[in-house]
Design a protein around this ligand. Sequence first.
Ligand SMILES: [Zn+2]
Length: 147
Amino acid sequence: MAGHWKEGATAWRTTPRPRGWKAIRAEVLARDDHLCTWIDDGQRCTTEGTDVDHVGDPEDHSPNNLRTLCTYHHRKRTALQARAARGELPSRQRPTPQHPGLITPSPTTTQRPAGARGVQAGGGSGAREALERGREQAARYRDEPGY
Ligand SMILES: [Zn+2]
């Protein structure tokens, strides 16, 4: 029977409940007034607590390593533990979202003046003629006597 529970990354999930867990659980729930003890940004969740969570060592079933959580926060906590067990640290995951990769390419392509491309691609001579005509006119204005 010993060695049935695998040690390692998923140990938190497979840790067996100790004998008398029901009593321990009831004790913790009573101590916490059956209220969730989750604290987020200094705000304590006061939803009805139905789950008992291990604060630290999942094999330490002493009441001061246990706390009452509501279903929502127990699920959240379990998700965090699962991620940690896979070696994904939430604090490292957040600063590297997709944004930098998405933002950089689009401005560089859209910032190119559309006109410059159009002149080279389609019927460039007409546009160039118009440009030269404009220059001639500008030159004429300047040379015009009595201006
Ligand atoms: Zn809660």
